[in-house]
Every structure is written in structure tokens, then in C-alpha cells.
Write a protein that binds this ligand. Structure first.
Ligand code: AHM
Ligand code: MG
Length: 344
């Protein structure tokens, strides 16, 4: 008897297949990634109960379970560190929440990877029940660099990421990751606690209908960015765009990945480097965008080519579909071309 139903694939099975791309890794890479998936399941459980936690005890107080109430971003950070520091293959962890990188398994020869993450991005949205997320980026220990210099493990251009991804805690919990072999999305089935492949081989549409930017800051954007937004609105790219802005990068990017369009966090007069962090916000998103057929630039350069100078450095970000990004590059980066001038 033949069976026509599609197979059910969990993220663990998928990672094991992907791992064959890393000869000699003998299971350690899938073990590492399973630390991330475990942590995000714990985080999502806490996020889902956020309103109840507030009800059961104010921050800093002891709740009915005897736990001290913690801010969710602090909790998320600790959970990731707890889950990842059990993996012998990891030597360095760097988080948005910690000023310096954290050393784990000091002296272990097996420690070959660094993991950089933002444990709870967009956390100001928690109070109003709007999507938040976790982002992560995995780097290989550079040749000849020891544990005495953890900064060097993580200060590598995004093009060196061997894996990156995010989890969006939205109306469902979705994990999206890539090991440089396409982008794949998994939806958490909360009844069994497993991430199930729901979005294989994600491709960003060539063009979308939305732009996504905090337009309240528009007057402070460089003039060319302002004019670019006008082009999107006035139909220069073939249709008039609508806007969508959640204020959680992970959620705004997730929509851009699925529906196409462009997400921007431009430089402003006060913040010439924008707001987003290069290592654990822009880099994972840029890696996924490129893997899905999109483009990510900092306004002038490819994000993945930027050599980071410090762990928490910021970068402007323009990421999205090919058509929107090609127009950005033509219009904003080469403003002297006759085409750009003619359409002003
Ligand atoms: P956070 O890491 O403090 O949560 O800040 C990052 C968030 C991003 O998720 C989002 O894209 C951006 O801040 C929104 O900033 P703004 O309110 O300036 O538009
Ligand atoms: Mg953040």
C-alpha cells in the first residue's frame, strides 16, 4: 500500500542532515543547535505566560512558585547561557545582555564555536502582547586564536557565520535558520514541544508590497532615504507601497522574508549608525536574507562584509527583496545617474 502523506520532519532530523555539510563534526553541531532550540522552547513558554507572571508577583518579588520574578530579557539570557554552556563544543558566548563575551569550557580543545545572540529582541513589545524574538549567530573559532582572546572569536565579518537564525514568538512560535544551505522554517507544535518543518526552502519574493521603517524619525533620515520612501509610496517601483512596522526586528524581518518588500533602520542625525546591533541583529538577518535570495546592506556596503570593531557596535540596516534593494542601490548610492535625477 502506498502512502501519500508528507513526512513529518523535526528540526533535529533536519539539523542532522545539514550536519553532513560539516565533515568531522560528529554530532557536535547538532548538539550545539539543540541547545538553542531547547532554550527557545523555555523562553517561549515564559513569554506565553508573561501576563500571568505579572499577576502572580511584581518584579523582584517572590511568586507563588517561589521564584523571584525576573525581567523576561534577563530570564531569556540566563536560559540561553544555561543551555549552551552544557555544550563542550562552545568556547565563547556573547549576548546583547552582557557587556563582555563569556568564556565557557576554558581550556577545552573541543571548544570550536562561538555563539552570539540577542536573547529577547523587541522586548518593549512584551507588555502589549506583540511579537518578540531571539536571534543567534554561530561562528567558528578562528585559526590560531586561543581562549585568552574571546573578542577575536566573535569579531568576524558576518560572511564567516556558519549558521544563523531566529525564533519569532508570534501568534505561533517559529524557528528560522540556515547553515548556508537555504533557509528553513519550523513551527513549534506546543502540544508535543517539537519544532516541525513547516517552511522548507524559504525564498524571499523578488518584490513585495510593504516597506517597514519607523517613519516618525523620517525628518532625521538622510534626504536620499526620505526620497527613497517617496519613490516606494508614489508608484515608481510599479505600485504604491503600504507600510507595516511592528518595532520588533525579528517580526518585521519575518514578514519581509515571507512577503517581500524592504525593512529599514536608517541612520539618523543623532544616531548615524542607527540602532540595530551588527553582530547579533543585522548579521543573522543579513545571512538569512541572502540565503533566501534577498539583499542586506548598511546603506552603502554589504552587511556581511563589515569587519566588526566591537561586540555591541551598531549599524544602519536596509534589508529585503531584490527589486527594492536594487532601486535603493541605484537611487541612493548612485544619485548622479541620469535615471535617478530624472525621476526626482
Ligand atoms: P532592543 O534590542 O532593545 O529590543 O531594540 C531593538 C529593537 C528592534 O527589534 C526594532 O527593530 C527596533 O528596536 C525598534 O526601534 P524603534 O523603536 O526606534 O523603531
Ligand atoms: Mg535587540
Amino acid at each position: 500500500m502506498s502512502h501519500s502523506a508528507a513526512p513529518i520532519i523535526t528540526v533535529q532530523q533536519h539539523i542532522l542532515q545539514d550536519q553532513q555539510r560539516f565533515p568531522g563534526s560528529s554530532g557536535e553541531f547538532s548538539w550545539l543547535l539543540s541547545g538553542i532550540t531547547m532554550a527557545t522552547k523555555l523562553i517561549q513558554a515564559k513569554v506565553r505566560r508573561a501576563g500571568l507572571n505579572d499577576m502572580l508577583g511584581a518584579k523582584g518579588e517572590i511568586n507563588v512558585q517561589g521564584e523571584i520574578q525576573q525581567k523576561l530579557d534577563v530570564y531569556s539570557n540566563e536560559v540561553l547561557i544555561q543551555c549552551l554552556s552544557a555544550r563542550e563544543s562552545i568556547g565563547v558566548l556573547a549576548s546583547e545582555e552582557d557587556e563582555r563575551p563569556l568564556l565557557v569550557h576554558q581550556g577545552s580543545e573541543q571548544a570550536r564555536y562561538a555563539v552570539v545572540f540577542d536573547p529577547l529582541d523587541g522586548s518593549s513589545n512584551i507588555d502589549v502582547n506583540v511579537s518578540v524574538g531571539t536571534t543567534f549567530s554561530i561562528l567558528r573559532r578562528p585559526e590560531g586564536v586561543g581562549l585568552d582572546d574571546p573578542q577575536k572569536w566573535v569579531l568576524q565579518p558576518g560572511a564567516k557565520q556558519i549558521a544563523a537564525g531566529y525564533v519569532v514568538y508570534g501568534s505561533s512560535t517559529i524557528l528560522v535558520y540556515s547553515v548556508g544551505n537555504g533557509v528553513h522554517g519550523f513551527t513549534l507544535d506546543p502540544s508535543v514541544g517539537a519544532y516541525i518543518l513547516s517552511h522548507p526552502n524559504m525564498r524571499m519574493p523578488e518584490q513585495g508590497k510593504y516597506y517597514s521603517v519607523n517613519e516618525a524619525y523620517r525628518d532625521n533620515f538622510p534626504p536620499r532615504y526620505q526620497q527613497y520612501l517617496d519613490r516606494l509610496r508614489n508608484g515608481t517601483l510599479g505600485h504604491a507601497y503600504a507600510s507595516r512596522y511592528i518595532g520588533s526586528m525579528v517580526a518585521d524581518f519575518h514578514r519581509t522574508l515571507l512577503k517581500g518588500g524592504v525593512f529599514l533602520y536608517p541612520p539618523t542625525a543623532e544616531n548615524p549608525d542607527g540602532k540595530l546591533r551588527l553582530l547579533y541583529e543585522a548579521n543573522p538577518v543579513a545571512f538569512l536574507a541572502e540565503q533566501a535570495g534577498g539583499t542586506a546592506i548598511d546603506g552603502t556596503r554589504r552587511v556581511l562584509d563589515i569587519q566588526p570593531e566591537s561586540i555591541h557596535q551598531r549599524t544602519p540596516l536596509v534589508v529585503g527583496s531584490r527589486v527594492e534593494l536594487a532601486d535603493f542601490e541605484r537611487f541612493v548610492l548612485e544619485p548622479e545617474t541620469p535615471q535617478a535625477v530624472a525621476s526626482e
